[in-house]
Design a protein around this ligand. Structure first.
Ligand SMILES: [Cu+2]
Length: 203
């Protein structure tokens, strides 16, 4: 997952006025966030495989913090994609399935996620999170760095089924649990080392 500001974009049906969350450009030199609608669509689509991205609904937030549909999905899939969150240093577009969106909506509203609805998410362009412990952190705690997971997928809302995975992000390049002590615990599953690269096959 990524930091909580993005979740504000999940109120699809309504235009929610978000209290003065300025979209100031606090981005580091690591990447240039998408700015135009077309750039945001392209960026959002980079989070998932082509077959998913091409049929997904794509949403974004404007400067006033209002959720906006950039492109309506074709209905073939049930995924919703959103572009990079400019408030995090890494490029972190994301695509969530329907249950994943319900989970994220609950997270945003500080509610319990709906029971029995395991969600799935793609973040194949990478993930950038302020905290592995606090779902609402907007910056790392003193002495901590941003959690840089790299390209990954996520299993959401399966909190009782993640035994055996570390609950810290000591090694975010291997599977681990994010936000483990909260109702929003989810499994982060890296799929390759860096965006655009795959591990070399053993010779
Ligand atoms: Cu993630």
């Amino acid at each position: 997952m990524r930091q909580s500001r993005m979740a504000l974009s999940l109120s699809l049906a309504m235009t929610v006025a978000v209290p003065a969350l300025a979209l100031a450009d606090t981005t580091s030199a690591q990447h240039t966030p998408p700015r135009t609608d077309q750039e945001m669509i392209t960026n959002a689509m980079s989070a998932a495989p082509r077959a998913v991205a091409e049929t997904a609904t794509i949403i974004a937030m404007n400067e006033k913090g209002e959720a906006r549909t950039l492109r309506q999905g074709t209905g073939a899939g049930n995924f919703t994609c959103m572009p990079d969150n400019p408030m995090t240093p890494g490029n972190d577009p994301m695509c969530l399935d329907k249950n994943g969106m319900a989970w994220a909506q609950a997270w945003m509203e500080h509610k319990d996620p709906p029971k029995g609805k395991v969600g799935f998410g793609y973040m194949l362009a990478g993930g950038s999170d302020a905290s592995n412990d606090d779902p609402y952190a907007t910056a790392p705690a003193t002495g901590h760095a941003w959690v840089d997971t790299g390209p990954h997928v996520m299993i959401l809302n399966a909190t009782d089924m993640m035994d055996g995975y570390p609950r810290t992000a000591a090694d975010p390049k291997a599977p681990y649990v994010m936000w483990g002590n909260t109702p929003y615990a989810h499994l982060m599953i890296p799929v390759r080392d860096t965006a655009g690269e795959v591990a070399e096959a053993p010779k």
